[in-house]
Structure formats: C-alpha cells, structure tokens
Ligand binder design. Structure first.
Ligand SMILES: [Zn+2]
Ligand SMILES: [Zn+2]
Length: 370
C-alpha cells in the first residue's frame, strides 16, 4: 500500500509498504479519507525536536523524566505520518460488533483499551494495557499499524477505538476529532459546560489550532466573554470570526481578570502570566507540552486567590463521544479553523505549509445511504 513517511524536518516521502492485516479478533482495518495536521506535527515537520531534546538533556534544561517517558529518539523519523483522521471501516475482527464495511469513524490518536481501571475513570491517556504513549503517527513506535496518511490503518481495541461519526456532520469539519478537537474540549468543557457567563482568555501560540477550537467551544458554551491573545494575524482573524475579542496588548500588561485562562502558548512565562490574570477561584488550564526542567509558577498567587492549575494529556477516547454530540447539537463551526484544504496527493507540500490547520482529503470509497 501507499503510505506517507516522515523522514526528518521538511522531508516527507510516499512509500510502498506492506499492508497491515487483521492479526486478532479485536482489531479493525480502516481507510482514512480525511486527515488533519496535528499542532504537534506542525512543530516536528519544521523543527528537529529529537535534536533539541538531545541537546537540552546534555545542557540539563530538559526534564530528565522525558527520556524515561517517551524514549531518547522521540519524534525521530522515519515513521508513518499522521494521527488524526476520519476513516471508513474496511474489516473488523470477530469480536468487534456493531460496525459494517463503509461506516465512518473517528479513531483516537492514542491506543487505549477502554476497560482497565484508568480507562473506566475516563483517563484513557493513562491506559494500563497500552501505556501513555502508545499512539499513531510517530509518537508510538508500532509503525506497522500505519499512519493516517496510509491506505490502510490497523486499529487495535477496535470495539472502543472506532467512534461513529454522526451522519449530520461533515467529515471535513471533524478532521481533528482524533486529537486536537477533544484536546480543546477537555480544556474548556469541565469549566464551562453547564456554567455559562464566565470570562475566558485563550493564549494562542504553539497549540495553533487547539487554541482556536477552545475559542469555538467557549463561545458555544455561552462564556460571557472570550478574549484571544496571539501574535499571529491569521489565527487572530480566525478567532475573531469565531466570536472572540482580540487582545492587542501583551497579556502581561492586561488589567482584565478572567474565570478561566487556557494556555496554548509554549512561552515559559505563560503560566505565570495566566495565573496573574485570574480572578479568585479561577482556573488556569495549560495544554502546552513543556519539556523544560522547570517552569515558573507563582505559587503564592495560586494560594492567595484559591486558584487551580491544570494540565495533562488529552483523553480522546473518553472525550470524543460527548464532544461530537455537543458539536452536532450546537452546530459548533469547528471547520472554520481549517486554513488550508488539500488533495491527498498534495499532502507532502501542504503539511509543510506554515498555516493554522491543514486538512487533507480524498474521495471516500463507499457511497453513503441517505
Ligand atoms: Zn496530535
Ligand atoms: Zn485501558
């Protein structure tokens, strides 16, 4: 089969590789037809993350536990590209029920079993069967499963890893439903769902599309105010279009106070700036991955204002179903975040585009019964 392989920053190649096959009764084979570039892809497609981490370790600037957690060759090619997709089901094992050939599904980027103690607590990122970093597309190491830009992808634990796409939703809008969309959902839903009227600040940056999905969800969850701060004009225009007010001044200088600050920037000072902007009882939630040995946290302010600081991996398997239901019920325009739509064959060039959100697509293989 044909597969797009990541070699190194700036270098992708179409390869002919063996097609994965069903090796057990609990897996499935799917054919991705809508694929998104994850915000983390956008980093390692342009920067040598593996080398930066190696250097950082030598200079004692990187948390030593990073190597234990993700290994010493994290994001070093070659590996199959892509871990966000909407796919069609090709074949399921004998113990996978309720799916037919041609069904449209979202596949979470992390492999989780859905049944262990961590998964049943909705902490599917900490699955005891698969571990925290068993993922598609280069982050995990099982490259034989394929990536989302492969013709066929092997999905383990398929009974729970295949999540049906609601028929009324456009797969193009859900291109990031494997990862970036539920990541955004997990940052805002616990604070805003069922609690309208809150003031929210989103700091954009390295989490280029996730921050904007946060804006879309916060507006749909009836936050009374959604402010957005970012130096990038394209992302500011998208945020404004989604209903956010753009903060022109540096966040460090703002006198406004918020109930929720979502940090999607990778600046080391962003956590301290976020905490300073919170009113008493507020929550700072950070989705950025800090590999740094330490990040400044003004601990006294956390104490004095009864604040909460949250971070952590997304838990897509747990969050995708309620998120899809919310998007469907509230007609959230998450597709507005896509800044470049490209044909399948254009993927190597489109993925390197320094834009907000790249979505790649090809015609589905199966006709849908309407
Ligand atoms: Zn991702
Ligand atoms: Zn599990």
């Amino acid at each position: 089969m044909r597969q797009l392989t990541y070699l190194k920053p700036g270098a992708l190649r179409w390869d002919e590789v063996p097609e994965p096959s069903l090796k057990d009764s609990t897996s499935a084979l799917v054919r991705p037809f809508v694929v998104a570039r994850c915000d983390l892809d956008a980093v390692f497609l342009r920067h040598n993350v593996a080398r930066t981490l190696r250097l950082g370790r030598l200079l004692h600037q990187v948390d030593p536990s990073v190597a234990d957690t993700v290994g010493t060759d994290y994001l070093r090619g070659p590996f199959p590209m892509g871990h966000e997709c909407v796919a069609e089901v090709l074949e399921v094992g004998a113990d996978v029920h309720g799916f037919s050939r041609g069904d449209r599904v979202v596949v979470p980027f992390q492999i989780s079993c859905g049944t262990c103690p961590m998964c049943t607590r909705s902490l599917t990122s900490q699955c005891e069967t698969h571990g925290s970093f068993d993922m598609f597309g280069g982050i995990g190491r099982d490259t034989a499963r394929g990536g989302m830009l492969s013709d066929v992808v092997l999905v383990p634990q398929a009974q729970r890893m295949l999540i049906p796409v609601p028929a009324s939703l456009d797969p193009l809008d859900l291109a990031s439903a494997s990862d970036n969309l539920p990541d955004a959902w997990s940052r805002v839903a616990p604070e805003l769902l069922g609690s309208p009227g809150k003031d929210v600040l989103v700091l954009g940056g390295s989490a280029r599309s996730i921050s904007l999905y946060c804006v879309a969800f916060a507006v749909a969850m009836q936050a009374s105010r959604v402010d957005y701060s970012d130096r990038n004009s394209e992302r500011c225009a998208i945020a404004s279009n989604l209903g956010a007010t753009i903060v022109e001044a540096p966040v460090a200088a703002t006198s406004r106070r918020y109930d929720l600050v979502v940090n999607g920037s990778s600046r080391r000072s962003a956590i301290a700036e976020s905490i300073r902007c919170l009113r008493p009882g507020g929550v700072c939630t950070s989705m950025s991955i800090y590999f740094n040995k330490s990040v400044p946290v003004p601990f006294f302010q956390l104490y004095a204002k009864n604040l909460t600081l949250k971070t952590g991996l997304a838990n897509p398997m747990a969050d995708i179903p309620p998120m899809l239901q919310f998007i469907e019920e509230h007609r959230v325009d998450v597709g507005a975040v896509t800044s470049r739509l490209a044909e399948w064959n254009q993927a190597p060039e489109a993925l390197l585009d320094d834009t907000t959100k790249v979505v790649i697509h090809r015609p589905p293989m199966f006709r849908r019964e309407l």
